[in-house]
Ligand binder design. Structure first.
Ligand SMILES: C[S@@+](CC[C@H](N)C(=O)[O-])C[C@H]1O[C@@H](n2cnc3c(N)ncnc32)[C@H](O)[C@@H]1O
Length: 398
């Protein structure tokens, strides 16, 4: 997949009234620029107080060999009033973004927003199209590859929302992983407690919270979702938790989506591997760990796997791990040996080809791991909310 990225925040030349944008189109890692056979048309829309950049009808094009596109745009007389009028690339090969308009005197904002449109459909009725819900995921503007969305997170979020009942296209739900689907959608004795490792900007955890919410299944299947990462991920993740717990496109007065409890806590796998967790991670019996695109750095695999085992020792023996990855190099295969050595076995797996333009085939692989010694049955039969009451300090577990 390719992503339209701004290399710096948009600026407005107040004398000429030209809006200046500098953008590029790269892969998630930023290691390759879009190289299409045919030029791709780029559209920029002004939507009330935002600028939306996507792929579609426009005077500007991105062609093979380009590394940057500079746009000096005369301001239109009128902004588009409804964001739904904007034609996004619905196949997801190139992800557009939206960004705040650079109002004179206002503080420059270094964030842009990716939007994932999802539709709620209930009771298996394919003709019934209810409210459109939009996940709005903010990420950093600039050349840094930190703090933005990644392919595995985007694709896995879409698949999970689809398999759990949100479906934009009809009844062909992605159901290659029935155990995972059962975990997220079947009524258990208590709602699942989910912890994400290496959450980045939070897209997957927020997506799982939506998937396990009553809007998807009519019952609350997910009780809490704790997103964890290194400390510098906290600000962006909290922005995204905030903007996705209240928003419903086109209805500013809509009530909250009754999402599971969403929160962030710092968790460095260097600590987690020794069983050292913060108070939020150690206060709950976890049922499911979710991870996406965190296995590309083989130097960190051991700490990551040992963190999983420390969580299992401190939580439910039936703890499951859903791990999504876009394999980037063969050395990442070491993960599976490390998991097996720690007593994790693959319960099921699935894969999904990425929507691509001008690239060789790539896939996202999703694995559900469980304890080799435990039966791959349902999650904990414990009654209650799974919270270990009374723990408040960072401490060593297990
Ligand atoms: C490629 S990003 C993936 C982010 C997110 N899961 C997604 O799919 O969008 C990898 C993430 O792992 C986190 N990470 C790397 N080393 C870590 C460590 N030692 N402890 C915790 N998180 C770590 C990074 O901060 C980063 O957010």
């Amino acid at each position: 997949m390719h992503y339209i990225r701004l290399l710096r925040p948009p600026s407005l030349d107040e004398t000429t009234r030209l809006l200046k944008l500098v953008l590029t189109i790269t892969t998630d890692l930023g290691d390759s620029f879009l190289c299409p056979d045919e030029p791709v048309l780029i559209a920029v829309y002004l939507v009330t107080d935002s600028i939306v950049i996507t792929k579609n009808i426009s005077r500007s094009v991105w062609s093979a060999g380009m590394r940057v596109l500079k746009l000096d745009l005369s301001l239109p007389a009128q902004a588009v009033t409804n964001i739904a009028e904007i034609p996004f690339d619905t196949t997801g090969r190139i992800l557009g973004l939206s960004v705040s308009f650079p109002s004179p005197g206002a503080e420059t904002r270094y964030t842009a927003v990716r939007e994932l449109a999802i539709h709620t459909q209930k009771n298996g009725d394919c003709d019934l199209k209810e409210d459109e819900v939009v996940l709005q995921i903010a990420e950093e503007i600039g050349e840094s590859i930190d703090r933005h969305v990644w392919d595995a997170g985007v694709v896995t979020t879409g698949l999970i929302l689809d398999m759990c009942g949100f479906n934009a296209t009809g009844c062909d739900r992605w159901c290659n992983m029935p155990l995972l689907r059962g975990l997220l959608t079947s009524a258990a004795k208590r709602p699942l407690n989910v912890i994400e490792l290496g959450c980045g900007v939070g897209i997957l955890g927020i997506g799982v919270a939506h998937a396990g919410s009553p809007a998807s299944n009519e019952v609350q299947n997910v009780g809490r979702v704790l997103l964890t990462d290194l400390a510098d991920a906290e600000e962006m993740t909290r922005i995204n938790i905030g903007s996705n717990t209240q928003t419903r496109r086109g209805d500013a007065n809509a009530s909250s989506l009754e999402l599971p409890l969403l929160d962030f806590e710092e968790l460095d796998w260097e600590d987690g591997q020794d069983g050292v967790f913060g108070c939020k991670a150690s206060a709950t019996n976890w049922d499911l760990v979710i991870i996406s695109d965190c296995t590309y750095n083989v130097d960190m695999l051991s700490a990551l796997v040992k963190t999983l085992s420390a969580l299992r020792a401190a939580s439910e023996p039936e703890l499951k791990v859903m791990l999504a990855t876009k394999p980037r190099h063969s050395s990442e295969g070491a993960l599976f040996d490390l998991m097996a050595a720690e007593g994790w076995s693959i319960l099921e797996n699935g894969s999904q080809p990425l929507p691509l333009l001008g690239m060789e085939e790539e896939r996202v692989e999703i694995y559900l791991f469980g304890n080799s010694d435990a039966s791959p049955g349902s999650v904990s039969a414990e009654v209650g909310d799974g919270v270990k009451h009374g723990s408040t300090k960072k401490r060593k577990l297990g």
